[in-house]
Structures are given as C-alpha cells and as structure tokens.
Design a binder for this molecule. Sequence first.
Ligand code: ATP
Ligand code: FE
Length: 347
Amino acid sequence: LTFLGIESSCDDTAAAVVTEGREILASVVAGQTTLHADFGGVVPEIAARAHAEKLDSCVEQALAQAGRSLADLDGIAVTAGPGLIGGVLSGLMLAKGLAAGSGLPLVGVNHLAGHALTPRLTDGTDYPYLMLLVSGGHCQFLSVAGPEDFTRLGGTIDDAPGEAFDKVAKLLGLPQPGGPSVEAAARDGDPRRFSLPRPLLDRPGCDLSFSGLKTAVLRLRDDLAAAQGGLHEQDRADICAGFQAAVAEVLAEKTRRALAQSPAPVLAVAGGVAANQTLRAALQQVARDAGAGFLAPPLRLCTDNAAMIAWAGIEAYRAGQRDGMDLAARPRWPLDRKAAPMLGAGK
Ligand code: ATP
Ligand code: FE
C-alpha cells in the first residue's frame, strides 16, 4: 500500500507519500511561522488562507519527489481534526476532490493518532507502548494498543509545555520559538538558584499543569527587576534553568506513574518539546528504571508533518476504515473513545 497524506490542522501545511513498508517517499512541510510572527500566536484566518494557497503545491511537490502519480497510489489520508477548523476544512476539501477525481479511497485521520502512531512508522514499534505527546498545543499520556485503541492516562489541565516555554521566553525577552532559546540560555544557568513550583506533583495520577509555573516565572522576573533595577544575563540563565528543570521533573515523575499504571515495553515521545535534552535525559532515566525502552523519533517526524498522517491512514485502512464524501471536520476530537470529555486538555 502507498498513501498520500495531507495535514493542515495547525500552522504547517504538509503533504507526504508513505508506503506500508514504512518508507517515506516524500514529506513536504511548509511552515507559516513568519506569517504569524507579528501577532504573537497563530491567527486562524491567516492560517486557513495560507493552507488554501499552499496545499496544492505541497501535494504536487510530494508526488513529484516520490516519483508517483495519483494512479500509483492506494489511498488518500487527511487530517480531519482536531485543530483549527478553517485549516482542517481546506485539507478535507482538497482530499475529497482528489479522491473523487481519482477514485482512490479516502481515510480521515485524527491528528493526534498521527503523532501517536509515529513510532510504528519510524521504528516499527510493536503494540502496546506508552506515548508521551509534548508539543506547543498538546500534552498527554496515551497507552497505544492498536491503530484505534488509545487510552488517555492523563495530560495537562491548562497549558501545554511548549506553550509555557514560549511564554517564559517572551517574559524574559528571549526569541521565539521559546523552547530552543530557553534551553540555550539554561545551559549557563543554575537550576537550584530559584525554587519554582512543581505543579500537581502532590496530587495522585498523571495530570499535569504548566500555567502556574509560567506565573511563578513572571513574579520572579518582576521581583528581581524591582530589587535590582533590571535583569542580569545570569538571572535569565538561572530562571531558564530552574524552569526547565521543573518542567522536566514533573514530566518525568508523571511518566513514572503512567508506566506504573499501564506497564509497557517501550516509552515513546513525540512533539516539538521532545527536542529538549534535559527532558530527554530525564525520560530516558524513567524508562530505564521501569525496564522499558526509550524511543524519540527524529525531530522532523516529531513535529507536525504529513508522513505521520499517511501512515496513520494506512493503519486505519488496514483496519477497515473507509470514508465518504460526507467525512466531517472535527475541531475537537479526543482520541480516547472511552474517555469522559477532556478537561481543558489543550487544543
Ligand atoms: P501541535 O503539534 O501540538 O499542533 P505545535 O505545532 O506548536 O503544536 P510542535 O511543532 O510539535 O508543536 O512543537 C513546537 C513547540 O515545541 C514550541 O512550543 C517550541 O517552543 C517547543 N520546542 C521546540 N524545541 C524545544 C526545546 N529544545 N525545548 C523545549 N521546547 C521546545
Ligand atoms: Fe501536532
């Protein structure tokens, strides 16, 4: 089987061609960061328009790079949610048009399933495994037992960690995206100089919270600025180091609990925050202690892309899923069908 994948649920327009044999024949990602730079966040209308403009050429490029035409393919997978409705609709309309024109089967994919199934694409990981998804918009633990069998063990009740990194960078006057700049600043910092909170660590279970941590950084910055008339380079470094240590520590402890609650041979991470070396080291230690393997796919497949959508489409197709022209966009779409409605679980 060879599938075309289409992704347009957030601020990346992407198309990819992937085979059942886990070959990524092409993966094209067109970001929008510069378009939204002046607004301090993703603007839904701008995102939707950019997707509508770029989707066609992304698909053309992906097919050309793969050396395939639609006639050589076995199906079209498209992100049907969750995400920004305008972008999702743009992708859905293109996918439906291509499917209707070519007669290829259409498979609607949950964006989160794309992330969660990535270790199967990159490493052929067997079910079950534990997935920690940590990105700019998401933070959750998923026990993955099959292409449609996800159990959500917990997640953030407010901000996602990437969002917290970005806000902390903004508070300290560091460049966006905040993750890499906070990590770089933290390299020269002392994580023990300031004591930052470890939210929800005292509460049982795997839920997390990051908004209090951000507020604590804001207060710390203002106190320091008031006391000494400004922030020194070293203060910034120490705050970043302290913040990063707090994030890594709570994520590691909650991962420990998730593995205890739902033992799995492999712990896998996905999402842009998984690039953080301090976090990686902490998670690797947790996996080692639990006798589990640790897997972090390459960053370009950890962040938003269409290869994961094509792959999730192939798995869903093999499980029997076929969608028609009535495939609907679902801006909110929890992966875990058994779960109660999610409690502020991010996007
Ligand atoms: P989503 O994939 O949830 O829709 P997104 O596109 O914002 O949201 P990603 O592209 O997966 O998420 O990741 C981007 C986030 O990862 C940003 O918030 C960024 O600050 C964070 N990030 C990137 N590198 C690092 C790093 N080295 N340390 C910490 N955070 C990082
Ligand atoms: Fe994503």
